[in-house]
Design a protein around this ligand. Structure first.
Ligand SMILES: *Cc1c(COP(=O)(O)O)cnc(C)c1O
Length: 395
Protein backbone atom coordinates (compact mmCIF):
# COMPACT_ATOMS: atom_id res chain seq x y z
CA UNK A 1 0.00 0.00 0.00
CA UNK A 2 1.17 3.52 -0.79
CA UNK A 3 2.26 5.55 2.22
CA UNK A 4 -0.38 8.07 3.22
CA UNK A 5 -0.21 11.15 5.39
CA UNK A 6 -3.97 11.25 5.58
CA UNK A 7 -6.22 10.37 8.48
CA UNK A 8 -6.52 6.73 9.61
CA UNK A 9 -9.79 5.02 10.44
CA UNK A 10 -9.42 5.85 14.14
CA UNK A 11 -9.24 9.56 13.45
CA UNK A 12 -5.48 10.01 13.81
CA UNK A 13 -2.80 11.57 11.65
CA UNK A 14 0.17 9.60 12.92
CA UNK A 15 0.09 10.20 16.67
CA UNK A 16 -2.06 13.36 16.42
CA UNK A 17 -5.82 13.85 16.35
CA UNK A 18 -8.45 11.70 18.03
CA UNK A 19 -11.41 12.90 20.08
CA UNK A 20 -10.56 13.93 23.65
CA UNK A 21 -13.93 15.18 24.78
CA UNK A 22 -16.03 15.20 27.93
CA UNK A 23 -18.36 12.21 28.21
CA UNK A 24 -21.41 14.46 27.82
CA UNK A 25 -20.27 15.61 24.38
CA UNK A 26 -19.79 12.09 23.10
CA UNK A 27 -23.28 11.58 21.57
CA UNK A 28 -23.03 14.78 19.48
CA UNK A 29 -19.58 14.05 18.14
CA UNK A 30 -20.40 10.40 17.59
CA UNK A 31 -23.53 11.26 15.57
CA UNK A 32 -21.40 13.42 13.32
CA UNK A 33 -18.63 10.84 13.06
CA UNK A 34 -21.02 8.08 12.04
CA UNK A 35 -22.73 10.17 9.37
CA UNK A 36 -20.37 12.71 7.84
CA UNK A 37 -18.75 10.56 5.17
CA UNK A 38 -22.02 9.00 4.05
CA UNK A 39 -23.72 12.37 3.83
CA UNK A 40 -20.82 13.91 1.91
CA UNK A 41 -20.96 10.99 -0.53
CA UNK A 42 -24.66 11.56 -1.35
CA UNK A 43 -25.21 12.90 -4.86
CA UNK A 44 -27.82 15.39 -3.63
CA UNK A 45 -25.36 16.74 -1.06
CA UNK A 46 -22.58 17.12 -3.60
CA UNK A 47 -24.91 18.80 -6.11
CA UNK A 48 -26.12 21.35 -3.55
CA UNK A 49 -22.57 22.00 -2.27
CA UNK A 50 -21.19 22.45 -5.80
CA UNK A 51 -24.07 24.71 -6.84
CA UNK A 52 -23.63 27.01 -3.84
CA UNK A 53 -19.85 27.13 -4.26
CA UNK A 54 -20.40 28.18 -7.86
CA UNK A 55 -23.32 30.61 -7.68
CA UNK A 56 -23.04 31.92 -4.12
CA UNK A 57 -19.33 31.81 -3.30
CA UNK A 58 -18.21 32.50 -6.89
CA UNK A 59 -16.04 29.43 -7.46
CA UNK A 60 -13.87 28.32 -9.09
CA UNK A 61 -11.57 30.94 -7.65
CA UNK A 62 -8.97 31.95 -10.26
CA UNK A 63 -5.44 30.53 -10.31
CA UNK A 64 -3.60 33.71 -11.22
CA UNK A 65 -0.11 33.81 -12.68
CA UNK A 66 1.57 36.70 -10.85
CA UNK A 67 3.95 37.93 -13.53
CA UNK A 68 5.64 40.81 -11.74
CA UNK A 69 5.93 38.94 -8.46
CA UNK A 70 7.46 36.02 -10.42
CA UNK A 71 10.02 38.28 -12.08
CA UNK A 72 10.93 39.81 -8.75
CA UNK A 73 11.66 36.44 -7.16
CA UNK A 74 12.94 34.70 -10.29
CA UNK A 75 10.50 31.80 -10.20
CA UNK A 76 6.95 31.05 -11.42
CA UNK A 77 4.37 32.15 -8.87
CA UNK A 78 0.68 31.37 -9.09
CA UNK A 79 -1.80 32.76 -6.57
CA UNK A 80 -4.91 30.77 -5.66
CA UNK A 81 -7.40 33.60 -5.28
CA UNK A 82 -9.50 32.65 -2.23
CA UNK A 83 -9.61 36.39 -1.56
CA UNK A 84 -12.19 36.69 -4.32
CA UNK A 85 -14.71 34.42 -2.58
CA UNK A 86 -17.93 35.86 -1.16
CA UNK A 87 -17.09 37.18 2.34
CA UNK A 88 -13.47 37.60 1.30
CA UNK A 89 -11.70 34.42 2.35
CA UNK A 90 -11.62 30.64 2.21
CA UNK A 91 -13.64 30.21 5.42
CA UNK A 92 -16.98 30.20 3.60
CA UNK A 93 -16.10 26.92 1.80
CA UNK A 94 -16.26 25.20 5.18
CA UNK A 95 -19.33 26.98 6.57
CA UNK A 96 -21.33 26.18 3.41
CA UNK A 97 -20.37 22.52 3.75
CA UNK A 98 -21.18 22.38 7.45
CA UNK A 99 -24.55 24.12 7.19
CA UNK A 100 -25.59 21.57 4.56
CA UNK A 101 -24.32 18.83 6.89
CA UNK A 102 -26.37 20.32 9.75
CA UNK A 103 -29.51 20.37 7.60
CA UNK A 104 -29.05 16.72 6.63
CA UNK A 105 -28.66 15.84 10.32
CA UNK A 106 -31.97 17.60 11.10
CA UNK A 107 -30.39 20.47 13.07
CA UNK A 108 -32.07 23.89 13.22
CA UNK A 109 -29.75 25.81 15.51
CA UNK A 110 -26.11 26.69 14.80
CA UNK A 111 -23.41 27.69 17.24
CA UNK A 112 -19.85 28.79 16.50
CA UNK A 113 -16.81 30.26 18.21
CA UNK A 114 -14.87 33.12 16.76
CA UNK A 115 -11.69 35.02 17.58
CA UNK A 116 -11.21 37.86 15.15
CA UNK A 117 -14.75 37.42 13.89
CA UNK A 118 -13.98 36.09 10.40
CA UNK A 119 -15.37 32.63 11.08
CA UNK A 120 -18.30 34.17 12.96
CA UNK A 121 -19.16 36.25 9.90
CA UNK A 122 -18.83 33.25 7.56
CA UNK A 123 -21.13 31.26 9.87
CA UNK A 124 -23.68 34.07 10.26
CA UNK A 125 -23.68 34.40 6.47
CA UNK A 126 -24.65 30.80 5.77
CA UNK A 127 -27.20 30.86 8.61
CA UNK A 128 -28.89 33.85 6.95
CA UNK A 129 -28.75 31.96 3.66
CA UNK A 130 -30.47 28.92 5.18
CA UNK A 131 -32.74 30.70 7.65
CA UNK A 132 -31.17 29.06 10.69
CA UNK A 133 -30.80 30.39 14.22
CA UNK A 134 -27.17 31.43 14.81
CA UNK A 135 -25.32 32.04 18.06
CA UNK A 136 -21.67 33.07 17.93
CA UNK A 137 -19.52 32.95 21.05
CA UNK A 138 -16.79 35.56 21.17
CA UNK A 139 -14.42 36.67 23.91
CA UNK A 140 -15.40 39.98 25.49
CA UNK A 141 -12.00 41.44 24.61
CA UNK A 142 -12.30 40.32 21.00
CA UNK A 143 -15.78 41.87 20.79
CA UNK A 144 -14.26 45.21 21.75
CA UNK A 145 -11.32 44.79 19.31
CA UNK A 146 -13.34 43.61 16.31
CA UNK A 147 -16.32 45.95 16.18
CA UNK A 148 -16.89 45.84 12.38
CA UNK A 149 -17.19 42.03 12.37
CA UNK A 150 -19.50 42.13 15.39
CA UNK A 151 -21.71 44.57 13.49
CA UNK A 152 -21.67 42.31 10.40
CA UNK A 153 -22.75 39.29 12.43
CA UNK A 154 -25.59 41.24 14.05
CA UNK A 155 -26.75 42.61 10.72
CA UNK A 156 -26.78 39.06 9.37
CA UNK A 157 -29.15 38.12 12.19
CA UNK A 158 -26.76 36.30 14.51
CA UNK A 159 -26.65 36.68 18.27
CA UNK A 160 -23.12 37.42 19.52
CA UNK A 161 -22.65 36.10 23.05
CA UNK A 162 -19.65 37.38 25.01
CA UNK A 163 -17.34 34.90 26.73
CA UNK A 164 -16.51 36.51 30.06
CA UNK A 165 -14.19 33.94 31.61
CA UNK A 166 -10.41 33.48 31.50
CA UNK A 167 -8.54 35.71 29.09
CA UNK A 168 -11.87 36.58 27.36
CA UNK A 169 -10.53 35.56 23.94
CA UNK A 170 -10.88 32.65 21.48
CA UNK A 171 -10.05 29.86 23.92
CA UNK A 172 -12.80 31.01 26.27
CA UNK A 173 -15.31 31.47 23.44
CA UNK A 174 -14.61 27.87 22.42
CA UNK A 175 -15.25 26.66 25.97
CA UNK A 176 -18.60 28.50 25.99
CA UNK A 177 -19.58 26.98 22.65
CA UNK A 178 -18.76 23.49 23.91
CA UNK A 179 -20.82 24.12 27.05
CA UNK A 180 -23.74 25.26 24.89
CA UNK A 181 -23.49 22.12 22.75
CA UNK A 182 -23.54 19.87 25.80
CA UNK A 183 -26.69 21.62 26.99
CA UNK A 184 -28.40 21.56 23.57
CA UNK A 185 -27.46 18.22 22.04
CA UNK A 186 -30.49 17.46 19.88
CA UNK A 187 -31.16 20.39 17.54
CA UNK A 188 -27.80 22.15 17.58
CA UNK A 189 -24.80 21.77 15.28
CA UNK A 190 -21.46 23.31 16.23
CA UNK A 191 -19.61 24.75 13.22
CA UNK A 192 -15.89 24.72 14.01
CA UNK A 193 -13.92 27.17 11.90
CA UNK A 194 -10.61 25.47 11.19
CA UNK A 195 -9.06 22.02 10.71
CA UNK A 196 -9.09 21.50 14.47
CA UNK A 197 -11.31 20.01 17.16
CA UNK A 198 -12.22 16.40 17.93
CA UNK A 199 -12.39 13.84 15.14
CA UNK A 200 -14.19 14.05 12.69
CA UNK A 201 -13.89 17.85 12.52
CA UNK A 202 -10.31 18.14 11.20
CA UNK A 203 -11.07 15.66 8.43
CA UNK A 204 -14.49 17.12 7.60
CA UNK A 205 -13.18 20.68 7.42
CA UNK A 206 -10.20 19.53 5.34
CA UNK A 207 -12.51 17.78 2.88
CA UNK A 208 -14.71 20.87 2.49
CA UNK A 209 -11.63 23.03 1.93
CA UNK A 210 -10.07 20.49 -0.44
CA UNK A 211 -11.97 22.18 -3.27
CA UNK A 212 -8.94 24.52 -3.28
CA UNK A 213 -6.42 21.88 -4.39
CA UNK A 214 -8.98 20.11 -6.57
CA UNK A 215 -9.29 23.30 -8.60
CA UNK A 216 -5.54 23.96 -8.58
CA UNK A 217 -4.98 20.62 -10.32
CA UNK A 218 -7.15 21.24 -13.37
CA UNK A 219 -6.36 24.94 -13.51
CA UNK A 220 -2.61 24.30 -13.51
CA UNK A 221 -3.01 21.55 -16.07
CA UNK A 222 -4.72 24.04 -18.40
CA UNK A 223 -2.00 26.65 -17.93
CA UNK A 224 1.15 24.55 -17.63
CA UNK A 225 0.23 21.12 -18.97
CA UNK A 226 0.74 19.47 -15.60
CA UNK A 227 -1.44 19.05 -12.55
CA UNK A 228 1.25 19.14 -9.87
CA UNK A 229 3.18 22.26 -8.99
CA UNK A 230 6.65 21.96 -7.48
CA UNK A 231 5.53 23.65 -4.27
CA UNK A 232 2.29 24.60 -2.52
CA UNK A 233 2.53 27.33 0.12
CA UNK A 234 0.00 28.39 2.74
CA UNK A 235 -0.18 30.25 6.05
CA UNK A 236 -1.32 28.31 9.11
CA UNK A 237 -3.53 29.45 11.96
CA UNK A 238 -5.53 26.34 12.80
CA UNK A 239 -4.68 25.13 9.34
CA UNK A 240 -7.83 25.01 7.18
CA UNK A 241 -6.72 26.97 4.12
CA UNK A 242 -3.44 25.06 4.24
CA UNK A 243 -5.17 21.68 4.58
CA UNK A 244 -7.37 22.47 1.58
CA UNK A 245 -4.41 23.67 -0.47
CA UNK A 246 -2.33 20.57 0.31
CA UNK A 247 -5.04 17.90 0.28
CA UNK A 248 -4.76 16.54 -3.26
CA UNK A 249 -0.95 16.72 -3.21
CA UNK A 250 -0.32 15.31 0.21
CA UNK A 251 0.73 11.83 -0.88
CA UNK A 252 2.51 13.01 -4.07
CA UNK A 253 5.97 13.47 -2.64
CA UNK A 254 7.18 15.28 -5.78
CA UNK A 255 5.09 18.25 -4.60
CA UNK A 256 6.86 20.20 -1.86
CA UNK A 257 4.56 21.30 0.95
CA UNK A 258 5.39 24.56 2.69
CA UNK A 259 3.69 25.93 5.79
CA UNK A 260 4.18 29.41 7.23
CA UNK A 261 3.30 30.21 10.79
CA UNK A 262 3.26 33.59 12.52
CA UNK A 263 6.50 34.38 14.33
CA UNK A 264 4.97 37.59 15.67
CA UNK A 265 7.76 39.70 17.17
CA UNK A 266 10.20 36.79 16.79
CA UNK A 267 10.16 33.14 17.78
CA UNK A 268 12.16 33.75 20.96
CA UNK A 269 10.34 36.99 21.87
CA UNK A 270 7.59 35.33 23.90
CA UNK A 271 5.13 37.02 21.53
CA UNK A 272 4.46 34.66 18.64
CA UNK A 273 2.20 31.94 17.31
CA UNK A 274 4.88 29.64 15.89
CA UNK A 275 3.17 26.54 17.20
CA UNK A 276 5.10 23.79 15.45
CA UNK A 277 8.50 25.13 16.54
CA UNK A 278 7.53 26.11 20.08
CA UNK A 279 4.74 23.63 20.73
CA UNK A 280 4.72 20.34 22.60
CA UNK A 281 2.22 17.56 22.37
CA UNK A 282 -0.92 18.39 24.29
CA UNK A 283 -4.69 18.48 24.09
CA UNK A 284 -6.64 21.49 22.87
CA UNK A 285 -10.26 21.71 21.76
CA UNK A 286 -10.66 17.97 21.81
CA UNK A 287 -7.64 16.79 19.85
CA UNK A 288 -4.07 15.76 20.51
CA UNK A 289 -1.73 18.08 18.67
CA UNK A 290 1.23 20.44 19.02
CA UNK A 291 0.37 23.19 21.41
CA UNK A 292 2.14 26.21 22.89
CA UNK A 293 2.18 25.62 26.64
CA UNK A 294 4.12 26.30 29.79
CA UNK A 295 6.17 23.54 31.43
CA UNK A 296 3.19 22.71 33.65
CA UNK A 297 0.81 22.44 30.70
CA UNK A 298 -0.95 25.81 30.78
CA UNK A 299 -1.82 27.07 27.31
CA UNK A 300 0.31 30.09 26.34
CA UNK A 301 -1.48 33.14 24.93
CA UNK A 302 -0.35 33.45 21.32
CA UNK A 303 0.45 36.70 19.56
CA UNK A 304 0.51 37.78 15.91
CA UNK A 305 -0.23 41.05 14.13
CA UNK A 306 -2.69 38.93 12.19
CA UNK A 307 -5.80 38.11 14.20
CA UNK A 308 -6.47 34.96 12.19
CA UNK A 309 -3.14 33.31 13.00
CA UNK A 310 -2.89 33.79 16.74
CA UNK A 311 -4.06 30.33 17.73
CA UNK A 312 -1.99 28.43 20.34
CA UNK A 313 -2.44 25.05 18.64
CA UNK A 314 -2.38 23.76 15.10
CA UNK A 315 -4.56 21.18 13.35
CA UNK A 316 -3.45 17.56 13.88
CA UNK A 317 -2.75 17.04 10.18
CA UNK A 318 -0.14 19.79 10.32
CA UNK A 319 1.47 18.43 13.48
CA UNK A 320 1.91 15.18 11.57
CA UNK A 321 3.26 16.91 8.45
CA UNK A 322 5.74 18.71 10.71
CA UNK A 323 7.02 15.83 12.83
CA UNK A 324 7.13 13.41 9.86
CA UNK A 325 9.13 15.92 7.82
CA UNK A 326 6.63 15.77 4.93
CA UNK A 327 6.19 19.55 5.02
CA UNK A 328 8.75 22.33 5.46
CA UNK A 329 7.73 24.77 8.18
CA UNK A 330 8.82 28.40 8.35
CA UNK A 331 7.65 31.24 10.51
CA UNK A 332 7.35 34.83 9.33
CA UNK A 333 7.54 37.80 11.68
CA UNK A 334 5.02 40.64 11.70
CA UNK A 335 7.56 42.79 9.85
CA UNK A 336 8.27 40.19 7.16
CA UNK A 337 4.57 39.63 6.58
CA UNK A 338 3.71 43.32 6.38
CA UNK A 339 6.54 43.90 3.88
CA UNK A 340 5.36 40.96 1.77
CA UNK A 341 1.79 42.29 1.83
CA UNK A 342 2.95 45.69 0.64
CA UNK A 343 5.09 44.08 -2.04
CA UNK A 344 2.14 42.12 -3.46
CA UNK A 345 -0.02 45.23 -3.38
CA UNK A 346 2.49 47.29 -5.34
CA UNK A 347 3.58 44.59 -7.79
CA UNK A 348 0.19 43.07 -8.57
CA UNK A 349 -2.50 45.47 -7.37
CA UNK A 350 -3.85 42.98 -4.82
CA UNK A 351 -4.15 43.90 -1.12
CA UNK A 352 -3.93 40.60 0.79
CA UNK A 353 -5.26 39.72 4.23
CA UNK A 354 -2.39 39.93 6.73
CA UNK A 355 -2.75 36.17 7.28
CA UNK A 356 -2.07 35.61 3.58
CA UNK A 357 0.83 38.07 3.72
CA UNK A 358 2.58 35.54 5.96
CA UNK A 359 2.43 32.96 3.13
CA UNK A 360 3.83 35.57 0.74
CA UNK A 361 6.75 36.09 3.12
CA UNK A 362 8.09 32.69 2.01
CA UNK A 363 10.44 34.59 -0.31
CA UNK A 364 12.35 35.92 2.73
CA UNK A 365 13.00 32.33 3.80
CA UNK A 366 13.45 30.19 0.70
CA UNK A 367 14.86 30.61 -2.80
CA UNK A 368 13.18 28.75 -5.65
CA UNK A 369 14.58 27.72 -9.03
CA UNK A 370 13.59 29.82 -12.06
CA UNK A 371 11.41 27.10 -13.57
CA UNK A 372 9.81 25.98 -10.28
CA UNK A 373 6.05 26.38 -10.17
CA UNK A 374 5.06 27.74 -6.76
CA UNK A 375 1.36 27.97 -5.90
CA UNK A 376 0.56 30.24 -2.94
CA UNK A 377 -2.81 30.22 -1.20
CA UNK A 378 -4.04 33.81 -1.09
CA UNK A 379 -6.45 32.91 1.70
CA UNK A 380 -8.20 36.28 2.02
CA UNK A 381 -8.43 39.90 0.99
CA UNK A 382 -7.04 42.78 2.98
CA UNK A 383 -10.06 45.07 3.32
CA UNK A 384 -10.58 43.96 6.93
CA UNK A 385 -6.93 44.78 7.70
CA UNK A 386 -6.74 48.22 6.19
CA UNK A 387 -6.49 50.00 9.53
CA UNK A 388 -3.61 47.71 10.51
CA UNK A 389 -1.77 48.47 7.29
CA UNK A 390 -2.45 52.19 7.72
CA UNK A 391 -1.09 52.22 11.27
CA UNK A 392 1.92 50.08 10.39
CA UNK A 393 3.04 52.00 7.29
CA UNK A 394 1.86 55.44 8.46
CA UNK A 395 -0.25 55.74 5.30
C1 LIG B 1 -8.96 32.63 9.48
C2 LIG B 1 -8.00 32.95 8.40
C3 LIG B 1 -6.78 32.25 8.27
C4 LIG B 1 -6.30 31.22 9.26
O1 LIG B 1 -7.12 30.11 9.38
P1 LIG B 1 -6.69 28.69 8.82
O2 LIG B 1 -7.71 27.78 9.37
O3 LIG B 1 -5.32 28.40 9.29
O4 LIG B 1 -6.75 28.77 7.34
C5 LIG B 1 -5.97 32.54 7.19
N1 LIG B 1 -6.31 33.49 6.29
C6 LIG B 1 -7.45 34.18 6.38
C7 LIG B 1 -7.75 35.22 5.36
C8 LIG B 1 -8.33 33.95 7.44
O5 LIG B 1 -9.47 34.64 7.53
Amino acid sequence: MKKTYNIDNKGYYGEFGGAYIPEMLYPNVEELRQNYLNIMAETSFQDEFDQLLKDYVGRPSPLYFAKRLSEKHNTKVYLKREDLNHTGAHKVNNTIGQILMAKRLGKTRIIAETGAGQHGVATATVCALMGMECIVYMGEIDIARQAPNVARMKMLGAEVRPALSGSKTLKDATNEAIRDWINNPVKTHYIIGSAIGPHPYPDMVTRFQSIISKEIKWQLNKKEGRENPDFVVACIGGGSNAAGTYYHFIDDEDVGIIAIEAAGKGIQSGESAATSVLGKEGIIHGCKTLLMQTSDGQITEPYSISAGLDYPGVGPLHSHLYTSGRAEFFSATDDEAMAAGLELTQLEGIIPAIESSHALAIFSHKTFKPDDIVVISLSGRGDKDLQNYIDYFNL
